[in-house]
Design a binder for this molecule. Sequence first.
Ligand code: FES
Ligand code: FES
Length: 159
Amino acid sequence: MALSLTVNGEKRTVEVDGDTPLLWVIRDELGLKGTKFGCGAGLCGACTVHLDGQPMRSCSTPVEMASGKSVTTIEGLSPGGNLHPLQKAWVEHGVPQCGYCQSGQIMTAANLLEHNPTANRDDIIAALSGNLCRCGTYSKIIAAVESVASGDSVDREGA
Ligand code: FES
Ligand code: FES
């Protein structure tokens, strides 16, 4: 079936079964490889995207649920190559190790800061508690998000 959805601000039409996981449409039909497949069961958060502004696990979201809606992937956080403040903080703090979980972590953190721009450490830990990292980068992730929320990131300083 033909389904239309808006991905990173662009209207896209795909020809797939409605029960195809949104993740495979994003990666295989649209070629946006920043969103990762981890567990495939809604447990790890590696596949997190925003669906109409809410974090959503794309591995366990049928694409028909996204029909007519707006999807933002990690690529959508840096339109025109301008990094999101969180992406700058990630670089500044040297967060990623293997990198596999990181786009999901950033998408979850971006949604938190959109709703709570001055989130404190407890807010950050709670919001990210469902995003798992096999490499154990949690302390750097929290420091990076805290730096943006507290205004200490390079972006907020205008550097
Ligand atoms: S791959 Fe979707 S939650 Fe793990
Ligand atoms: S950086 Fe390797 S899984 Fe998180």
